[in-house]
Design a protein around this ligand. Structure first.
Ligand SMILES: [Zn+2]
Length: 428
């Protein structure tokens, strides 16, 4: 085969093959390439400007896509240029994205393989160490992230994820409209969220944020008030219902210890039953729950209260929502359900943030979905040491992926919904 044919097969624009070597035993193919005489434009890698003079010529050996069964390496002739601004610099070449000995299309192939397979498998497929595969994948994702247009941030979600005893908490900031996590940070302090606002957003981007959906965690509120004072805080259903479930569990625990004997046996191991919503239970499970609730009036009351709190988010007007909440709290009276009373106290304290939901409709499912997805991905990866990598990996799954441009158009919010909505009623 002639060198010209190899040039066609290699398909590097502006370069031609001038020598090749095939090792049949080791199944390797090695190609030597240099610039075509028509391709004389030299670009400085420091400033990206055209460089007039060549300083010296050197060679780099780079791994490229395999050719049939042959593992292919390309020895490329490169120039160091004399740049008037930067001095002596290597020339910039599109096909070679980094100092690592891989071509861009090879890195892309590895990155794409990582999308649907674990790193270990990809490493075996390309005969590379796992750490190299991870580095290639990260570069691939970074290139992808740089290229794509990021959806504007109008509605942000701030969430904390409990990782376990040693790592404690992870703070996740996400874009609620596009459904993608934007940033991960260790711990859940005010400083954690401060760091996001400081490093990730410009003053103009911060001004754009209209609503933030947060857990009822005080440090987050303080940080938001400092950095985005005009944005309205929303305590969403998902987080509040988590607290309600905890209250029901507490009632169950208290009853569990109070009762003895057969009742204790019956109540044992029924934790999940109380946390599942009535509509999601099968008829058999409903019967089981009824039996359980029939035994204990307090537990039944707590369960019913939790179930009815759910309806609070069906209301569209702050006044109606408020009225429903007051009715709900009326039912608490004389019940001596301390955990539920604590919950009610908390709701009153964070009343504005709850009523804000009426004026700023945030997609409730997204908050929950992001939370679940991150937990799933951390489980799947058995934890990540590098949170930057984890965030990049997460971004391509399950919503936008590198291969398909993000298709979701962010919904434009009416600007009239900026102010803190809802009547300011003192309940004390
Ligand atoms: Zn330069």
């Amino acid at each position: 085969m002639r060198e010209r044919d190899w040039t066609k097969i290699l398909g590097w624009p502006g370069y031609r093959v001038y020598q090749h070597e095939i090792n049949e035993k080791a199944k390797t193919l090695k190609l030597w390439v240099r610039r075509k005489s028509s391709n004389q434009k030299l670009v400085c890698s420091g400033c990206g400007q055209r460089a007039p003079r060549i300083h010296e010529i050197y060679e780099r050996e780079i791994r490229d896509l395999p050719c049939f069964e042959f593992q292919t390496t390309v020895v490329i002739e490169l120039y160091r240029v004399d740049c008037p601004d930067c001095g002596v610099k290597a020339e910039k070449i599109e096909a070679l994205p980094s100092n690592a000995p891989f071509s861009q299309r090879f890195e892309d192939a590895v990155g794409q393989a990582c999308e649907s397979a674990p790193v270990r498998r990809v490493a075996r497929q390309f005969a590379l160490p796992e750490s190299t595969v991870r580095a290639l994948d990260l570069r691939y994702l970074e290139r992808w992230a740089k290229r794509r247009r990021k959806p504007a941030l109008w509605q942000m979600g701030v969430d904390e994820i409990y990782l376990g005893k040693s790592q404690k908490f992870l703070t996740v900031v996400s874009n609620l409209q596009s459904g993608e996590p934007l940033w991960f940070g260790w711990e859940r302090k005010k400083e954690t969220l401060d760091r996001f606002f400081e490093t990730e957003l410009s003053a103009r981007q911060r001004k754009r944020i209209e609503a933030a959906c947060v857990d009822m965690h005080e440090p987050f509120r303080l940080s938001l008030e400092q950095w985005v004072p005009r944005c309205s805080l929303i305590y969403d259903k998902f987080h509040i219902m988590q607290h309600a479930n905890e209250a029901v569990s507490e009632v169950r625990r208290a009853e569990f210890f109070r009762k003895g004997g057969a009742a204790r046996e019956l109540i044992k191991g029924k934790h999940w039953l109380l946390l599942t919503r009535w509509v999601n239970l099968t008829s058999g499970k409903k019967q089981m729950l009824q039996q359980l609730l029939g035994l204990n009036r307090r537990l039944m009351k707590a369960y019913l209260l939790k179930e009815s709190l759910d309806r609070l988010w069906n209301y569209r007007y702050p006044g109606a929502m408020m009225r429903y909440l007051l009715q709900w709290m009326d039912q608490l009276r004389w019940q001596r359900l301390q955990p539920m009373e604590k919950l009610a106290d908390m709701l009153v304290k964070h009343l504005n943030g709850i009523l804000n939901y009426c004026t700023n409709k945030i997609p409730l499912g997204v908050v929950e979905a992001i939370d679940g997805n991150i937990k799933a991905i951390l489980r799947r990866g058995r934890g990540y040491r590098d949170m930057h990598y984890s965030c990049s990996r997460h971004n391509d799954w399950p919503l936008p992926r590198p291969n398909s441009p993000p298709s979701r158009k962010p919904l434009k919010m009416p600007t009239s919904s900026l102010s803190c909505g809802g009547p300011q009623i003192d309940l004390r």
